[in-house]
Write a protein that binds this ligand. Structure first.
Ligand code: UDX
Length: 442
């Protein structure tokens, strides 16, 4: 009776693949399930189909234990497990701000239909509040008579680039809507993080769903707040970095997520605030809608501001000017270019007729697949060759360590826009560059 619960993980993207590997690492028997055969075959062969530091090593190690496997066969996987995690994506709809719930519904239906014995379905995907209640109706409808299937919500907070660590050592574990038996099961699943001190928060379904969404909305708000203040700083001749350090000393404020610059992107923050906007609107919570609209607008305004700075640096038009872009990923330590501010700015300048050359240490291939019309370089030196202006758009360490003297020699005019406020601009100026930093006076 003390046997560890066996686990399935539906969806093997960033969230699911990391969760499956982490659970196997914690000693559980885990089957990762996906409808995408190519993904399943890659993972089964020990290959992670995206860049995530530490994950390939852990995948290899856990596959070797025999506790972890990947399959497209949902029925067999579900028949051999008791805890079923739903980790599929909830992308933004093409035609609105709403989240597309097709994949969550399909995965939940697949699990419910395949269940041959009692079990718990654990939603991890980021969903609009109210989704889990609807999924419960699907489960009730689809599950075979005599099988008890309970659906609970357990949001995931992992950051790309730190996914493994965030999964094994979460800041908190939140479980919504669980019966005492399901709660006990999840306490077993998360026994190690709980023993290490991760708070275990027990709540209802809607609160659990909203915890995730509001955590991301708050982080987005912090970034847009500092970017709004950065605009004041620029106009007033103040320095937003020093300001952020100073206000960040107040523990109620905290220094993290107060880096002014190009703003937030990626697969989560932008779509999550838009989905919240949409859902809050449906629920008549208009103050939340208004706040999220401002957060989104300020954020998108940062991209426009960087484009404007580049145009200004080129004397009013970028037509046929050479622009070197350092960074394409939405942040360092990932090859993810979903809603990447960097790639967005590069594409906007390309559309205005500039000759844009992009270099990113990891995201070159994913960027090329998204925007094939840009030129891609294989080094920073190559990207700045013959340029009129260079933009630092993703703050990879490689760029922070680069030698400004060597780079200056490759340009036509050594002119830099630091859109992340992370370069030692004094050193760049000493090397002959003119520099412009978002959030500091020109
Ligand atoms: C985010 C949340 O942090 C994570 O908890 C949630 O589970 C998923 O969404 P992630 O999308 O991986 O994680 O990226 P994050 O590290 O939060 O960065 C988001 C964006 O904000 C990046 O584009 C980054 O460049 C930007 N950012 C971050 C800033 O512009 N300024 C900051 O101070 C911090």
């Amino acid at each position: 009776a003390d046997r560890l619960p066996r686990i399935t993980v539906f969806g093997t993207g960033y969230l699911g693949a990391t969760h499956a590997v982490a659970m196997a690492q914690l000693g559980f028997d885990v089957t990762g399930v996906d409808t995408d055969l190519a993904k399943v075959e890659a993972l089964a062969a020990g290959k992670v189909p995206f860049y995530e530091p530490g994950l390939p090593e852990l995948l290899e190690a856990t596959l070797a234990t025999g506790r972890l496997r990947f399959t497209t066969d949902a029925a067999t996987a579900v028949a051999n497990a008791e805890v079923h995690f739903v980790c599929v994506g909830t992308p933004q709809m093409k035609t609105s701000h709403a989240a597309d719930l097709r994949f969550v519904e399909a995965a939940t239906t697949a699990v419910a239909r395949a269940m041959t014995h009692d079990g718990v379905i654990v939603g991890k995907s980021t969903v609009p509040v109210g989704t889990a209640a609807r999924l419960r109706e699907i489960v009730a409808r689809e599950v075979a008579p005599g099988v008890a299937a309970e659906l609970v919500w357990n949001p995931e907070f992992l950051r790309e680039g730190k996914a493994v660590d965030d999964t094994l050592h979460p800041d908190r574990v939140v479980v919504g809507g669980a019966s005492p038996a399901a709660e006990a099961l999840l306490r077993t699943v998360y026994a190690q993080p709980i023993a290490e001190g991760s708070p275990f928060v027990v709540t209802d379904l809607p609160t659990a769903e909203l915890v995730k969404v509001s955590a991301n909305a708050f982080l987005a708000t912090k970034i847009s707040f500092v970017n709004a203040i950065a605009q004041v700083c620029e106009a007033a001749g103040a320095d937003v970095t020093v300001l952020a350090d100073a206000i960040g000393h107040d523990v109620r404020i905290g220094r993290q997520f107060l880096d002014a610059g190009l703003g937030f992107g990626g697969g989560c923050l932008p779509k999550d605030i838009r989905a919240l906007m949409h859902r809050a609107g449906e629920l008549g919570a208009h103050r939340a809608v208004a706040l999220m609209q401002q957060v989104d607008e300020i954020n998108m305004g940062q991209r426009a501001a960087v484009v404007d700075h580049a145009v200004e640096a080129c004397g009013g038009s970028v037509l046929n000017r050479r622009i070197g872009v350092l960074g394409a990923a939405f942040k360092p330590h990932t090859d993810d270019v979903r809603d990447s501010p960097a790639l967005n700015v590069a594409a906007a300048l390309h559309l205005r007729g500039a000759q844009v050359t992009v270099y990113d240490p990891q995201a070159g291939d994913t960027a090329r697949a998204t925007f094939p019309s840009l030129t891609y370089a294989t080094s920073a030196e190559e990207a700045v060759e013959g340029t009129d202006v260079v933009l630092l758009l993703t703050e990879w360490e490689e760029f922070l360590r680069a030698d400004p003297t060597q780079l200056a020699e490759r340009t036509r005019t050594p002119r830099l826009i630091d859109a992340r406020g992370k370069l030692d601009t004094d050193a760049w100026r000493a090397a002959g560059w003119t520099t412009r930093t978002l959030g500091r006076a020109a």
